[in-house]
Design a binder for this molecule. Structure first.
Ligand SMILES: Nc1ncnc2c1ncn2[C@@H]1O[C@H](COP(=O)(O)OP(=O)(O)O)[C@@H](O)[C@H]1O
Ligand SMILES: [Mg+2]
Length: 279
């Protein structure tokens, strides 16, 4: 698979809607756009992410951030609309093709890490490198684990690691193969400020070295401030898109001053905007 045609967005969503059957009733009470037994979790999302962009996805818990990320990765399929990865419409790909696309082009960090419990940290990070037939999988995986500050923990199993340590293993596993697209669900959510900064620096370095497209779901103002584009989700809709340059495309008539106050926030905020309880 060669490089994508220049100018093709890395990721595109065209009128994407994702519905789930609202069987439990619990979600219905959350006041979402439920109709006819269906819960509309993403509602006609349109967005385009240029290759090499660093994008933050923000929004309250339950607004559809994880669902959006899963769609971008081809881990889920839209109920309506199209998702394109490097110009390829994922609905048109068979399972094998999709798996190959994900393996070669996309690194994904799950909110719940999804490490393999019977493999050590090192083996977890080596696995995608081996699947890609990379030489020196072991030394490469060791190096990347050292860079996320886990040199002493490489032979430990996930159950022996703290949440923050598991998160760093998951990050190392995702960016070990240096994917052109990196999608991460709250990648600094379980980390203290200084470890979070280390991970963020590593991500920025990765982007500079490989022009990686990065989409990070985050509640961390420091991460959001560094992003070139911020997508604000509320109840399954994009309510605002901000570009670091300052051009705003409010979709619900929200004011530009809202955005200006956001940009003017130069002091790193200590308190997070919102705290999400992990599911
Ligand atoms: N597989 C599913 N079946 C039913 N409802 C789901 C499913 N996945 C997510 N949801 C619902 O979709 C909404 C958005 O979820 P999610 O994308 O995880 O939000 P966020 O990541 O912003 O917290 C929530 O109300 C959640 O309960
Ligand atoms: Mg989530």
């Amino acid at each position: 698979m060669g490089n994508p045609t220049q100018g093709t967005p890395a990721l595109e969503m065209l009128d994407v809607t994702r519905r789930f059957a609202a069987t439990g009733g619990r979600s219905l009470r959350q006041g979402q756009n439920a109709r006819a037994g269906q819960l509309v979790v993403l509602d006609r999302i349109n967005l385009q992410i240029t290759a090499g962009k660093f994008v933050a996805v923000l929004g309250p818990s339950g607004s559809g951030k994880s669902t959006m990320l899963a769609l971008m990765a081809g881990l889920d399929r839209p109920s309506e609309g199209q998702v394109r990865v490097e110009g390829r419409e994922i609905q048109r790909l068979g399972e094998d093709e999709l798996a190959r696309l994900r393996r070669r082009r996309i690194g994904f960090v799950f909110q719940s890490f999804q490490l393999l419990g019977n493999l050590t940290a090192l083996e977890n990070v080596m696995l995608p490198l081996e699947m890609l037939g990379r030489k020196k999988a072991r030394s490469g995986a060791t190096e990347i684990l050292e860079r996320v500050g886990l040199a002493e923990r490489i032979n430990h199993y996930p159950s022996q690691l703290s949440g923050g340590e598991q998160q760093r293993v998951a990050m190392a596993r995702a960016f070990g193969p240096e994917p052109p697209i990196l999608l991460a669900d709250e990648p600094t959510g379980n980390l203290d400020a200084s470890t979070g900064r280390t991970i963020l620096d590593l991500l920025l370095e990765l982007r500079d070295a490989h022009k990686t497209t990065m989409v990070l779901v985050t509640h961390d103002p420091k991460v959001a401030d560094l992003a070139q584009m911020r997508i604000h989700l509320e109840a399954g809709r994009v309510v605002r898109t901000e570009n670091a340059e300052g051009s705003s495309r409010p979709q619900d008539g929200k004011s530009a001053e809202h955005e200006a106050s956001n940009r003017a926030r130069v002091e790193p905020a200590d308190e997070p905007d919102a705290v999400e309880v992990s599911r």
